[in-house]
Design a protein around this ligand. Structure first.
Ligand code: PLP
Length: 378
């Protein structure tokens, strides 16, 4: 038995030291020194106007929906091939997600289908940069501008990735990052909202601080703080921020190591692709990705089931996702599909994700050997 898990969270080795510092600082609630350090790091590395740590990417998406002032009946165009939070954040405001199909190459929203899905109620487009590979942001931003729509980037998987040189999350009005332990840079649970229009920054701080102007009060801009808008508590404590700061500092090294593993998978899978057993990920030339995941597209649902079982019985973890939102019970009730979603349906039956975590380098040959055997028997 190999016993190679699908995912293992990576620790840089500095997390506990930073947490001890946060402990010694005696400031454990949000927005202390470590949170500020993370904000500066994110602002400098992405070029966004303002970065705010949140409890999760889900929370960052909820903040974006609040900042957009969505009302019941408003519509947000998005892919169905995504995690539930992409849709839920808007559903919580009473808005209706409208799904369009994805591209066969990147598995991202098909930008050529967006315009036909726009109605008088459409307020925003929420793109998802699947596997850390960018959506076609230039045409998407042009469509949004032509119709007066805002663009939200679900960049949960996209830290350190770029589109034509621009970091993901810094292109639309808002970008949402995830630091969940299954992502590249982690803090257990965690996320950040990137705000790209300065005008939204002040309101974002208020929404994140229970609808109060507490942040301005601490900067000395107002002499007392009070309830000024809707809001909730979206800020993480300093212990989480300290953990994250240790990870962000090592972010480039983390990405480099992941890319090495990804490249070995990609070279290995070439012959299987040639022989029609599996399709490899496609990275457009103008996109730099972050090796968030390595996936294969198998010929069909049955092949995928056999493949995952085969790996499992050899002690190698692999997973599939997503149940397309349009075919989920809540998606059927709360969302609407625009047009045919056959690529979404086909991909979600055929995709399999292989283990990709720092520390597995020495065991990658074992994984590839198991994959070779199982693929040969499909
Ligand atoms: C992981 C993920 C999320 C949710 O992130 P959390 O930080 O767990 O809330 C949202 N969207 C996508 C595309 C994701 O991959």
């Amino acid at each position: 038995m190999n016993n190679i898990k699908f995912n293992r969270p990576y620790m840089t080795g500095h997390e506990l030291e930073f947490i001890a510092q946060a402990h010694a600082n005696g400031h454990l609630s949000g927005d202390g020194e470590f949170t500020k350090r993370c904000h500066r790091w994110l602002e400098q590395s992405t070029g966004c106007q303002m970065a705010l740590l949140t409890h999760s990417c889900t929370a960052a998406l909820e903040m974006a929906a609040l900042l957009l002032d969505l009302k019941p009946g408003d519509e947000v165009i998005m892919p169905s091939f995504t995690f539930v939070s992409t849709a839920n954040a808007f559903v919580l405001r009473g808005a209706t997600p409208v799904f369009v199909d994805i591209r066969v190459d990147t598995l991202n929203i098909d930008e050529t289908l967006i315009e036909a899905a726009i109605t008088a109620r459409t307020r925003a487009i929420c793109v998802v940069h699947y596997a850390g590979v960018a959506c076609e942001m230039d045409p998407i931003m042009a469509i949004a501008a032509a119709h007066g729509l805002k663009v939200v980037e679900d960049a949960a998987q996209g830290i350190f990735s770029t589109y034509r040189g621009r970091p993901l999350g810094s292109i639309g009005a808002f970008g949402a990052l995830s630091f969940h332990e299954t992502k590249n840079i982690i803090s257990g649970e965690g996320g950040a909202l990137l705000i790209n229009d300065k005008a939204d920054g002040r309101r974002a701080e208020i929404i994140r601080e229970k609808g109060t102007n507490r942040s301005q009060f601490f900067r000395g801009h107002v002499d007392k703080y009070t309830w000024v808008d809707v809001g909730s508590s979206y800020l993480p404590g300093e212990i989480t921020a300290a953990f994250l700061a240790a990870q962000l500092e090592q972010g480039e090294a983390i990405t480099r190591q992941r890319l090495e593993i990804w490249a070995r998978y990609h070279a290995w899978a070439a012959s299987h692709e040639l022989e029609g057993r599996a399709r490899r990920p496609i990275i457009p030339a103008h996109c730099v990705h972050n090796a968030h995941m390595y996936y294969l597209l198998l010929p069909g649902l049955e092949a995928r089931t056999v493949f995952i079982e085969g790996l499992k019985s050899a002690g190698v973890g692999s997973v599939f996702h997503y149940v397309p939102l349009h075919s989920s019970p809540a998606g059927k009730r709360l969302c609407r599909a625009h047009g045919d979603l056959s690529i979404t349906d086909s991909v979600s039956d055929r995709i399999v994700r292989l283990p990709l975590w720092i520390g597995m380098q020495d065991r990658l040959d074992e994984v590839l050997e198991v994959c070779d055997e199982v693929l040969a028997g499909l």
